[in-house]
Design a protein around this ligand. Sequence first.
Ligand code: AMP
Length: 680
Amino acid sequence: MTFEEIGLKSEVLKSLKELGFEAPTPIQEQAIPYLLGEHSDFVGLAQTGTGKTAAFGLPLITNIDNHATVPQGLVICPTRELCLQIAKDLETYAKYLKINIVAVYGGTDIRRQMTEIKKGVAIVVATPGRLMDLIQRRAISLSSVEYVVLDEADEMLNMGFKEDIDSILESTPEHKNVWLFSATMPAEVARIAKTYMENPFEVSIGHKNQSNENIDHIYYQVKEKDRYAAVKRLIDFNPEIYGLIFCRTRQETATVAEKLAKEGYSAEPLHGDLSQAMRDRVMDRFRSKDLQILVATDVAARGLDIDNITHVINYNLPDDIENYTHRSGRTARAGKKGESLVLINTRESGKIRAIEKQMRTTFTQGTIPNAEEICEIQLMKLINKVIKTDVREKEIQKFMPTVMAEFEDLSKEEVIKHFVSAEFNRFIEYYERAGDLNAQTSKDDRGSDDRSNRRDRNSDGIESGKTRFFVSIGRRDGLNPGGLLRHICDATGLNSQNIGRIDIMTSFSFFEADDQYATDIVRQVSGTNYEGHDVSIEITKAKSGGGSSHRGGGGGARKDGSGFGGKFQGNRDGGQRREGGGQRREGGFRSEGGGQRREGGFRSEGGFKKEGSTRSEGGFRKEGGSRSEGGFKKEGGFRSEGGFKKEGGGQRREGGFRKEGGSGSSDRNSTFGKPFKKKS
Ligand code: AMP
């Protein structure tokens, strides 16, 4: 369906064209035709990022009389940020319709808002508290309201606006249309629907409590005392992170943000103890990407709708699972990919299982990267930055003879080594003292719900009683652990209890399942289709090398195959290397194995930056393709690739980087190891 076919006014179509909205999103496709109709009570279960603002905003501006001077449309939402965002979006959509839209929210001068309302308004976008205030002051009349939109209804109720919402709805005419949007459907939201709506049309994008499929949920098990150090490593391992760290309390938020800022990370806190002006300033900086990391409480981050957030880090899990849905939903908006990383202590894995169950999603266990892995990432970032640096020939010309004379006695290789060491040594020194932060699960916590990592494993690392399968599609085909789990269960009729560990790699995957179903699984899953991709599966011959990455979990930030495979003998990525090796041996997958390592090596590079989003996204893949092609053509495969230490490996990479450099992506982090320097 196109926007033209949906029945919007031509003025609205014109704005959409300017915005570059080519086709409706699923929620828009389902909601808009209905909301344009006469009777249209509606419940939309959709996460933020699905396009829900336009789903209600487009029919709203189409339906109302654009010359109205008393409110016909009323949008109620939980926070000031969201209120401003919705009003701005509506104004953009209604650019050619000249509709008066006013945003009213707390924390600012109420008189100014009263004056604006007095001047005449067709649509009011409001937070509940301020709207109540206006109603009580008789500064607004809701007697002509025909459409009430409750956006993020679950959030409003979480925030204690239950009575306000009831009062507001009671202040509106009996005959009206109520459009309710919510990410989740707790009993209280259902009560509102029941009380104020007649036969509402319900649209659910995904399962009610289901997470956005584009989010990778990864948990890391660490000792309680290592939480902070672990967060730092996750940031260091993702130098291009544009992320949100969630803490449970204001105190914790302040402490974590302060420590990060002190250590030179671009991080600031957002919590209720800050003045509105300070919160606005922080938000503006974060929105404009002047700030890389926002450390926030659940309440402060409510309604924070920013595209392109690459990572949500849960410093602690929230007490309420629904809050986890909201937290993780801050990433992977508008069809992008994102990662929600969770730190748990050794006794908390039950909480992960509870979230998996409620959200019908699957977590992967990640491994907090070790010193070598982080150094590698940061080194690549440095090298990439150097290669991409513009050389100002004219300006440096006069210094060059002196500079060249200084380097006269050094070979090219020595120059490179010196230059790398000049920047890199402090990183190595810092991490030399750093141990492994991955904690073992406490014995008490080995519950029967644990599917993936802690059961007895045989010498190949496969869980006893399970068979390991190779799957011909991977992350770049849109597969994620939850998707694969559902696909296998749908094809075979098995349930998730029969399926064990799942490892999604870039272009292929692995999973384990109970031995007795092995033949059935191969028969029933092979030849199926996953979102347009043919799926074939085989039993892996793990014993002879095609094994798995169990020790490290193979998941987490490295699960796309960072870590350069064979570079560090005996490190946790050994599993990944073995997988690559296994594929090569089986034939036909040589390029995959190579691709894995190669992509990993470039993780901190331009593709990511250019896209301003997660590593696992399109840009990354696209670039990976061209790089590995170059690598193959020039070097003829990766078998001999040994990493930096070996001669020749560097050459290959250099070639790859040059190519990257040509893509000219922008680099916000100006120096390697930036996290260790104060951002000026
Ligand atoms: P929302 O869920 O309303 O917060 O929207 C998420 C993002 O998707 C916003 O940046 C919107 O501008 C964008 N968006 C909404 N609808 C479309 C569409 N049909 N095509 C492209 N982008 C869209």
